[in-house]
Ligand binder design. Sequence first.
Ligand code: PHE
Length: 337
Amino acid sequence: MEEKIGQLTRDCGEEIAAAGSENALYAVRVKYLGKSGLISDLMKGMKDLAPEQRPVMGKLVNDARGTLEALFAAKGKELHDAELAARLAAEKIDITAGEDKLTGKLHPLNAVRRRLVDFFVSMGFDVMDGPEVETDYYNFEALNVPKDHPARDMQDTFFLGGNLLLRSQTSASQVRYMEDHKPPLKMISPGRVFRNDDDATHSPVFHQLEGLVVDKGITMCDLKGILDSFAKHFFGKDTKVRFRPSYFPFTEPSVEVDVSCSMCHGKGCKICKGTGWIEILGAGIVNRKVLRICGIDPDEYTGFAFGFGIDRIANIIHSIPHIKLLYENDIRFLEQF
Ligand code: PHE
C-alpha cells in the first residue's frame, strides 16, 4: 500500500505539472482528491489492513494529501496569474488612442466673458444674472423709455406678446438690482441679448455686460477711471479712452466711449476704419428718474452705468473681423484660440 501511495502521489504530481489551464487542473483534482477519487479509493482499502497498520497508513495518506494540496495551490496560482495576464493583454484599452483628436476648450466668447467678469469682480463688483425673457417694464419703462417713445426704435426688439419681450439690453438688470439692493452698490450683469438685426455686422443674438455703480458723490470721473483701467487691462497699457456726447434715455448725461486703436496706436488702419479710435460702449450718469423709480433718492445718491458688447470686445482682443464667426462654430476657427 505504501508503494501505491507513493505511485499515486508521483502520478498526480506529474499531471498537476502538465495541466495547462485552471479547468484542466480542476479535472486532475477531482480525479485524485475528489469524493470518489483515487485517494478515496485507497482509503477504502484500509479496512483490509491489520489494525496496527492502519494509523501508519492513515498518516501516509494524509501526508500525501497535504503534499498534493500544496502542489494544487501553487499550480492554481500560477495558472490563475498566467490567465489573468493573458486576458489583460488581450482586453487592453489604449486610452491614448484618441490623442490626435480635438480636445474640448472654452469658446472664445466664454473665455473673454470670464476674463471680463474676473476683472470687475477684482474691483469689488457683484455679479448678477437677469432673465432673458423680460417684461416691458424692466427692459424699457423703468429705464425711462415709456410706451410710444421714439427711443424704443433705438433697439429693434422681439416682442413676445403680452408684456413680455426678449431683452434687448442688459440694462434691464440695473433696475432689478436697484430694487433689491440699496446703495452703495457696484454690480455687473453679463448675458445674452436679442435684437431684430441680422446682417454682416449684426447678429440677432449677442452678449452684453452691464455695469452699475451707485453711491454718494459718484461722478463722470469715477466712470472714466474705471473704464480707463478696463481699457488698459484688456487692450494694452498705452490705450487711451475718449468720451463723446451721446444719448440714452436712462443716463443723463450720456456718452459713447472709444478706445485708441491697439493695432495702429491711433494712426488709422483697417480695424479702426482709419479713425484711430474704436467705439466700445455706451455709458453715462444714471438718470435721476431711474434712481427714483428704483426707490433711491437722487438728491442723496448718484451713479454711473455702462454697457458693452462682449462679442465686440472678444473681436477686438482676438482681431476677429466679424461677429458671425463667433456663432458659426466652425472648428477651424475655434481651434485657433
Ligand atoms: N443699454 C445700452 C445699449 O444697449 C448701453 C448702455 C448701458 C448705455 C448703460 C448707457 C448705460 O446700447
